[in-house]
Write a protein that binds this ligand. Structure first.
Ligand code: ADP
Length: 256
């Protein structure tokens, strides 16, 4: 039976050397839920989603996706290395879109979107291309399949990166400040694409963003990260429109 909770962090601590970036993080993300992570630079937002992508590993605590422990198991309070096969399977549940879109420059747009499904998921080329076309249509770029990344604007490249993630049919899609590297006039088209995908409802999303209006529109739950903790948490009507703490009020006032 499918549980309602898709992603769970329990007592997660993350340190880099002497620096504690996250201190006792507890978080549950439900299936289909959209969670926005906001907060000052360096507050650990990206680390939270990078751990889910297995790009970082927690120093302590448990992270689960779909009821399965990401790092496999804990013995006497210590995390035991997961084997590669398990990690690969878990990684397959997660898709991530980065600030720098990371498209392969020497591959066409179509090939960028089909390489991983063919080589990682092992699906047939025809099916991968059909899926890719469907997703490129979703982001409004199905006429660019034969072009190369350099022939596209930054906003278009980021929309391809989003389509490419969707082709993998992840259970949870992570967005790491995906508009931060774009020229201001290109931000809107990328946010619009994410809004559309969010509006379809079934994709679970975690979004690190500095776009407060967008976060307020898209998110069911907003987390304000500060000093290694979730300092405020709740629906956007509360966290973004009626912040309780002075820290969050001060943070939000910078966006007006
Ligand atoms: P945010 O996304 O909120 O800006 P990050 O999660 O990127 O914050 O980073 C939180 C803190 O952890 C920062 O102080 C950053 O310098 C530090 N940090 C992140 N990744 C590493 C790393 N690989 N090695 C050392 N320090 C890191």
């Amino acid at each position: 039976m499918k549980t309602q909770t898709l992603v769970r962090y329990e007592n997660v601590k993350k340190t880099f050397g002497e620096v504690t970036v996250l201190n006792d993080l507890n978080l549950e993300v439900k299936r289909g839920e959209k969670v926005a992570l906001i907060g000052p630079s360096g507050s650990g937002k990206t680390t939270i989603i990078r751990m889910l992508m297995t790009l970082e590993r927690p120093t302590e605590g448990i992270i689960e996706i779909d009821g399965e422990m990401l790092w496999h198991k804990e013995v006497n309070g210590k995390l035991v290395s997961a084997n590669e096969k398990h990690l690969r399977a878990m990684r397959g549940k997660v898709g991530m879109v980065f600030q720098q879109y990371n498209l392969f420059p020497h591959m066409t747009i179509m090939k960028n979107c089909t390489t991983a499904p063919i080589h990682v998921l092992g699906i047939r080329k025809e099916e991968a291309e059909a899926r890719a076309l469907e997703m490129l249509e979703k982001v409004g770029l199905s006429d660019k399949v034969d072009m190369y990344p350099a022939q596209l604007s930054g906003g278009q490249q980021q929309r391809v990166a989003i389509a490419r993630s969707l082709v993998m049919q992840p259970q949870v899609l992570l967005f790491d400040e995906v508009t931060a590297a774009l020229d201001p006039e290109l931000v809107g088209e990328v946010l619009e694409v994410i809004r559309d995908i969010a509006a379809e409802g079934n994709t679970t999303m975690m979004l690190v963003t500095h776009e407060m209006d967008f976060a307020a529109d898209v998110a069911d739950q907003v987390l304000f990260l500060d000093n290694g903790q979730i300092a405020e948490q709740g629906p956007p009507e509360k966290v973004i429109h009626a912040p309780k703490t002075e820290r969050l009020q001060a943070f939000l006032s910078r966006f007006h």
